[in-house]
Design a protein around this ligand. Structure first.
Ligand code: ADP
Length: 303
């Protein structure tokens, strides 16, 4: 099966600055691909280019077998989009929002009436068909936006930060929904700032910064390739003194606020040493995707 989305050497400039800068990305069918990057890295612009909502300055976009921009409408007919901001129509009910969205795809009223019960069921909103949007919680609105993206039974679903602003319960419900979509063989492309979300959901990950892909691989591969396997987080009294000779016990250290992160292959040496330091507290854990992300993109705040 061919790739649902292939971006080749894609570039986009705003005001003379390259926001997307020679970016390559190829999605594998039926898999979930995570696009990670700090604020301003170019993720949303990449998604907009991929959908043909804006034109590229250079490079090519192949979306579901169509080359953009010429066949953007035909390609988009088989794509579902969950935007970063909920843009449900507050003047209409849950059911009406789905009906109206169906019209954009030329789906008849009768066909939509047949599809709506399963979409509501998917969203966990079966009892809410006639509820006004204003009465829904944030989590319900997100689930409805996700269900709305499925009205045209898309092959590819693109999600821009699908769980930002949700509490853990609501987030887990969205994850459940996304897993169901994957089980149906749909391809997912999502951006997220939650590394745990990416690690749990994504088969493949591209970390992008300054408009370029800096690394690509499965979460497990990225952790194995780019970071030491163990982390010891250390804080407490006497940290500065301990840090001065930390390189004796750990391979690489990074300070963030009051905490020292020691990355190492041999955590037992660090832990044994820390046991002799009554003022210091520590947490020993396996390295995760967030450690990789911070190593590759830095700890400085991006606005
Ligand atoms: P991300 O989604 O990774 O946070 P974006 O793609 O939204 O990044 O933005 C990347 C950069 O491009 C930012 O510096 C942003 O200000 C800039 N940018 C995005 N869209 C526009 C636009 N329409 N006009 C000017 N600058 C833009």
């Amino acid at each position: 099966m061919s790739s649902p989305l292939k971006l080749s050497n894609l570039s986009k400039h705003y005001g003379g600055t390259a926001v997307v800068d020679g970016l390559d990305l190829e999605l594998a069918p039926g898999r979930c691909h995570g696009l990670l990057g700090p604020n301003g890295a170019g993720k949303t612009t990449t998604l907009r280019l991929a959908l043909g909502l804006i034109g590229a300055d250079a490079g090519t976009v192949e979306l579901l077998g169509h080359t953009l921009p010429d066949a953007a409408n035909q390609a988009r007919a088989r794509v579902g989009v969950v935007p970063q901001m909920d843009n449900l129509d507050p003047d209409f009910t849950v059911r009406e929002n789905l009906q109206i969205y169906g019209r954009y795809f030329g789906i008849s009223k009768r066909e939509m009436a047949a599809r709506i019960p399963s979409l509501l069921d998917f969203a966990g909103l079966a009892g809410k068909a006639d509820a006004p949007i204003t009465t829904l919680s944030g989590g319900m609105k997100r689930r409805l936006t996700l269900a709305r993206a499925l009205v045209n039974d898309p092959d590819l679903v693109i999600l821009d930060e699908p769980t930002t602003g949700l509490d853990p319960q609501a987030r887990h419900l969205i994850w459940q929904g996304l897993r169901r979509l994957m089980a149906q063989g749909k391809t997912l492309l999502l951006t997220t700032h939650f590394m745990e979300e990416a690690e749990r959901l994504c088969d493949d990950i591209s970390v992008i910064d300054h408009g370029r892909v800096i690394v690509q691989g499965s979460p497990r591969e990225l952790i194995k390739t780019h970071i030491e396997p163990h982390v010891v987080e250390i804080y407490g009294e006497g940290l500065a003194e301990w840090q001065a000779c930390a390189s004796t016990w750990c391979h690489r250290c990074e300070q963030a606020g009051e905490t020292l992160f020691c990355y190492t292959d041999t955590p037992e040496k660090v832990v044994a040493e820390l046991e002799t330091q009554p003022g210091l507290r520590y947490l020993h854990r396996p390295a995760n995707l967030e450690d990789v992300f911070l190593k590759l993109t830095g700890r400085d705040l991006r606005d």
